[in-house]
Design a protein around this ligand. Sequence first.
Ligand code: NDP
Length: 596
Amino acid sequence: MSSNGFDPETVRARYRAERDKRLVPGRADIRDLTRDEHFAGYRADPFTPVAERDPVTDEVDVVIVGGGIAGVLAGAQLRKAGVERIRIVDQAGGIGGTWYWNRYPGVMCDVESYIYLPMLEELDYVPRDRYASGEEIRLHLEALAERFDLATDALFHTGVTEASWDDEGARWRVQTDRGDELRARYYVLAVGILNLMKLPTIAGMERFAGHSFHSARWDYGYTGGRPGEPLTGLGDEVVGVIGTGATSIQCVPALADAARHLYVFQRTPSAIGVRGNRPTDPGFAATLRPGWQQDRMDNFQAVMLGRAVDADLVDDGWTQHYAAVQNPPRHEGMSIGDYLRGAEEIDFGIMEEHRSRVAELVADPTIAEILKPQYRYTCKRPCFHDEYLAAFNRPNVTLVDCPAGIEQVTERGPVIDGREYEVDCLVYATGFEAELTPLFRRAGHDVVGRDGTLAERWADGASSLYGMMVRGFPNLFAMPAPGQQAVVTVNYTQLAVFGAEVVGRLVGLLEAKGVRRCEVGAEAEEAWTQKVVDSFVDASHHLSACTPSRINMEGHPENANPRNGNYGRGFGDYFAYRQLIEGWLDRGDLDGLELQ
Ligand code: NDP
């Protein structure tokens, strides 16, 4: 045993036992909320009334599907490239994407605001706090949309039903659920990764007679209050929240303050690190030099990839813990066994810190035990919060341990181990079909190319050039995202910023060359796909020891498809990816594309 109490066999056995409690059949079954009739009301927009309007029939230069970070940034870069007619289409009632929909109490981004809010320099804006509220992010995206005039022509509360390529006219034809018929020279998919709400399948859930909603459509009409303010309508209500991920931990403190009683139904505890939010230092802006935001993003990304940096500028749980676990020390001549054991010990030390924090903040040792995460740090997405754990010290808050999930829901509430928990309101904080859901499903409509749909084309896995262009789908650009042959960055904004620059520069080049139709060549697509497949590392042995989560395909990492991987090992090498594509754009010959 090591000095920090690390005994690999004991720790592994503990983690395995906790994993096995959760590895139950059907744990990942979901109701398809994109078409579920019973829960159709969960899809409705509680924030903006839907306004009647006439269908639009017209031709534009670019249709962008999605008005979140990726769509707004793509629009901004297209404007910079001189594109005039841009139409954003979004099911939401306004700009913001995930930050439009997620307005639950306490919603914040746990990636530092100075690197998460894009284009701060262009807007001459400095975020109020180290971590920004959802509202501040949404307003910032609105301000960006205004700066680049992207909202005026946008079609909100509008879902694309089909987009098809007309080869003769060299146009995309886009139909919507509002009867619109748009034609566009370019089609940009900026549909997001957190756009599909995940609703688990729980026996009897449709019988529940109380009020219920998904956290991504927070019903302030029922709870009272508004984001950032107390929930005033719950004084007599018993509330149940299902889920204990990044969303739940943010809304639980507000619910605990407001509800007569709160039940938190926990399947797997999250690792809750220190958030340490604080107001932005008034002198901060004066220290900034042009280009500072890109430098800061790069510094964060370098730390996350284990590169040497002069200083860790962000210096938070991501850079201290996540980066340490992702990049354990490796010395020349070290055996693989020593390397893996070293990695395991570092992980153990960090998880012990998290478990000690629970013991410090939660008074009742039995409750604290249930809240302690017993798995390796990167088995689940880590969380950061400073008020969540203490909420369990309140007499009106009960933690309900249900590692195998909720047995059933009756008309009165959830049942666990035969006990019924009667609640007035159920909040499903059960997350999203994130990251591993293929682009064609997240797009939510058939994208019909030259010879069939994207779903058909990607039935056996992705194929692309740079994770952004697909053969058979001319003049279409997909914003880079996980599972799509690009790279993954913890700070999603960094990837979106780059993807938008690529779209802007590429369209600029195509326009300058007078190109009508641009399609990836078969060889270029094959070569890129092969690169992605070659860099795939089969981590299923390591990942199968993890508690089930989306990171290990809910306990079945062997199902990972190498074609849906990244450029570079693991999450991919962002810097190499950027350098490669920038070099390609700098050369300007657009090698690999068939241009007409
Ligand atoms: P998560 O997927 O992280 O959490 C869903 C929760 O619901 C989990 O605790 C899960 O348990 C639980 N759950 C699911 N099905 C059942 C069931 N049948 N019975 C009981 N419990 C169930 O969703 P979130 O919305 O919290 O977050 C999704 C993603 O959104 C995050 O990973 C992150 O990428 C992003 N996010 C980012 C934030 C930020 O600050 N940057 C804030 C919020 C979200 P189990 O763990 O066992 O699966």
